[in-house]
Design a protein around this ligand. Structure first.
Ligand code: SAM
Length: 235
């Protein structure tokens, strides 16, 4: 999967891409993340890419012109047969695991447009973006963290990026339910013991226990997911 990120702050991506799983995914060539500075598409010597909103009101809005040019340039420079241009916006469709999986399966390049300040000129949403995605019902200062959230969630679904693909399949939301509880060594900590079934070596029993615990966790913590949980067959 290739990601092209259009941003005013390319440096913000430094940390998350230079550590751990994403770093290894990049090194193995399973994912690529190109960062594009929106100011490179400005037309004046001050490299201005924002302006005051029509109709008045405070703050600045990212101009449509530089974004249109940047999108056109990136799509031409880095052609990809299955490409999707996404505007990060608190007004977009909520980003969920299901959408992360669809994007991982259906596209080989995602162009992510990060807004800033009061947002972007509405014509970007109308004419440059294929869709608008929100990472949650709260407002952040810019689209960089949301873009990074998408890069992370989608990258770990690309085969080979995670050490074991089994873990992504069993993660919360993957089957419409939360994951079962996990424990690791030692078997007793401060007198608190691991459930005995996990030490039994009986895989069928462990599977049953995990299925039941996943159902319980979903009912307790996310009853809104329960309708889907009922569709999952017992393993
Ligand atoms: N004035 C805008 C509004 O009320 O809808 C909010 C603009 S926000 C301060 C600036 C930029 O941050 C947005 O253009 C978007 O790119 C990004 N952003 C903020 N919250 C976001 C969220 N929950 N999901 C995705 N992007 C977000």
């Amino acid at each position: 999967m290739q990601f092209d990120v259009l941003t005013l702050f390319p440096g913000m991506f430094e940390g998350p891409l230079t550590e751990s799983i994403l770093k290894r995914g990049l090194e193995k060539g399973l994912i690529a993340v190109r960062r594009h500075d929106l100011r490179d598409y400005a037309h004046d010597r001050h490299r201005q890419v924002d302006d005051t909103p029509y109709g008045g009101g405070g703050g600045m809005v990212l101009m449509a012109g530089p974004i249109f040019e940047a999108v056109e340039d990136i799509l031409k420079k880095y052609p990809a047969p299955r490409s999707r241009t996404i505007l990060l916006s608190p007004q977009g469709k909520p980003f969920r695991q299901e959408r992360a999986q669809e994007l991982a399966d259906e596209f080989d390049r995602l162009l992510l447009i990060c807004g800033r300040y009061e947002g972007v000129d509405e014509r970007v949403r109308e004419y440059a973006a294929d869709e608008e995605i929100s990472i949650g019902d709260y407002v952040l200062t810019g689209g960089e963290l949301p873009a990074m959230v998408m890069v992370d969630a989608i990258s770990r679904l690309i085969p080979g990026v995670l050490g074991s693909q089994r873990s992504a399949k069993e993660d919360s939301f993957a089957g419409g339910v939360l994951e079962y509880p996990q424990y690791t060594k030692p078997a007793v900590v401060l007198g608190y013991a691991v459930p005995e079934v996990l030490l039994s070596g009986n895989h069928r029993e462990i599977q049953r226990w995990r299925y039941r615990k996943a159902q319980e966790a979903t009912e307790k913590k996310r009853p809104d997911l329960k309708t889907q949980a009922e569709k999952i067959p017992e393993g």
